[in-house]
Design a protein around this ligand. Structure first.
Ligand SMILES: [Fe+2]
Ligand SMILES: [Fe+2]
Length: 249
């Protein structure tokens, strides 16, 4: 069986590794090589998102599907400009907890909106965990994460991980069983107490996560704890970073 390469390129993040890119609070990344091209989150500003895509040589018109992790503006705020300026007819997977008004607005701008409740295969090989956090979180913090199976194990992408990154990875691992290669994104720990961070790291270690890419709302201080724990397994996720994964066809 031939194998194929999947790449993830960080388009928008609080920090950038490339001075030509604009850094801003938020997150967006592009997943290519799964047959379709997927935009995961849009950052908080569609103009910055489109500018960064241009610098990185990524054509917005090549995007087939957008998936939003959750309602917060630093993840969803770029969507309307992206639809309006670049890609109106796109499929959009938006969690139920994002307001109906927001979804209607996206549809008015041409998006073909799918409301996400439970786990769903967004494109072949790429799964949503489904909306999580409904049992205990306010609507704006209910969130979906994405997962696919690379040759070295599951690759998990989070927005802010408000429903708890350990719970998200556990759910992702139910959908894509076996080894967990890497977890990338925001882990929402910037204001967390040390004991919470220790619990999270313990939970991720127990799940056997090989590599971690904390960014966005993880917080610098706690990122250092991840760095000390994972050592070489700590990977950057700043804007301009690209990851390649081999995926069995
Ligand atoms: Fe965020
Ligand atoms: Fe958030």
């Amino acid at each position: 069986m031939p194998s194929r390469d999947v790449t993830i390129t960080v388009l928008f993040n609080n920090n950038t590794r490339d001075p030509k890119l604009r850094a801003a609070h938020g997150m967006s990344c592009l997943i290519e090589g799964l047959g379709k091209t997927i935009l995961f989150d849009t950052g908080g500003d569609g103009v910055i998102l489109l500018d960064n895509m241009k610098v990185l040589g990524k054509d917005p018109k090549a995007v087939d599907v957008v998936a939003l992790s959750h309602a917060h503006w630093d993840h969803s705020g770029g969507l309307f400009a992206f639809l309006h300026r670049a890609r109106p007819g796109i499929d959009a997977f938006i969690p139920r907890a994002v307001s109906a008004l927001f979804r209607e607005h996206a549809a008015l701008l041409g998006a073909k909106v799918t409301v996400v409740d439970g786990p769903v295969e967004i494109v072949q090989g790429l799964h949503s965990t489904g909306e999580m956090g409904g049992e205990h979180l306010p609507v704006d913090r209910r969130e979906q994460a994405l997962v696919f199976k690379g040759e070295a194990g599951a690759v998990v992408l989070t927005g802010c991980a408000h429903p708890d990154v350990v719970d998200i990875v556990r759910r992702a691992n139910e959908i894509v069983p076996g080894a967990i290669d890497v977890v990338l994104g925001g882990f929402h720990l910037k204001d967390a107490e040390t004991d919470v961070v220790e619990r999270v790291i313990g939970g991720l270690k127990e799940l056997g996560v090989r590599r971690m890419g904390p960014s966005h709302c993880t917080g610098e201080k706690h990122t250092e704890v991840f760095r000390r724990t994972w050592g070489d397994g700590l990977v950057g996720f700043d804007a301009g970073t690209t990851f390649s994964f081999r995926m069995a066809a």
